[in-house]
Design a protein around this ligand. Sequence first.
Ligand code: 13P
Ligand code: ZN
Length: 270
Amino acid sequence: MKKNILNAPFIVEMCRATANMYRLGWDERNGGNISMLLEETEVAEYLDMNYVLRTIPTGFDATPLIGRIILVTGTGKYFKNIEIDPENNLGIIRIAKDGTTAELLWGWDDEGRFTSELPAHLMSHISRLAADDKHRVVMHSHPTYTIAMNAVCPIDEKEFTHRLWQSNTESIVVFPDGVGVLPCMVCGTTAIGEATAEKMKSFRLVVWTNHGIYGAGRDMDEVFGLIETVEKTAQIYMLTLGHTQNVISDEILHGLAERFGVTPLEGVLK
Ligand code: 13P
Ligand code: ZN
């Protein structure tokens, strides 16, 4: 007898995270998407792993993820609705042996499909797994102040990282590895997926100019916390823009890094 998947910790976590993100105003309408790598053993408690509901071509090659199982938000689905109807708004897919097909194991009971940003998600998972074998979650969101700050800063990831670090003492501690920045690109494409994944080789955070942000990490809390800290700092930056009297000096930033035992991204601090 299989257990009820609606009680599975990974579904509950996904519902909570997306509801929080909606209420924080980060994810309007269908904005944002999340994907989480699952272990076969944790999913098998709830689903017959041999039963494929349908197959959906992905349109790109994700060979390094063959056999991997992924919980992912659906395209066009509203974060606000996920907690009230997870089965319609989420899906669990497995990457088939050809590397280009998703096998639907659960979800999207209205014939829906995975987020249009699946290339960026899967390619980012590949990059992050190469950097950290405990990596599991990729989160994309549209937090207001992050997008606003990006709009008033040059497209220069070291400069952007420096301004964030200078605005809030938490920033260098939470993301000493900095924030990557991509120029504005057409979203939902393999090209933006590849560009994001390239940045994800060294960053856990990547801003998409005039669009939003990607975060990656070992669990939902880590990724949520990364994006939350960028957004809070971007809010401070925007609220003070044009009136700023005090920014954190490089000397203090070096001191914070030393105090908290983190290594700042090279080339940002003097
Ligand atoms: P989806 O509805 O396809 O997930 O797209 C939302 C989004 O944020 C696009 O970047
Ligand atoms: Zn988006």
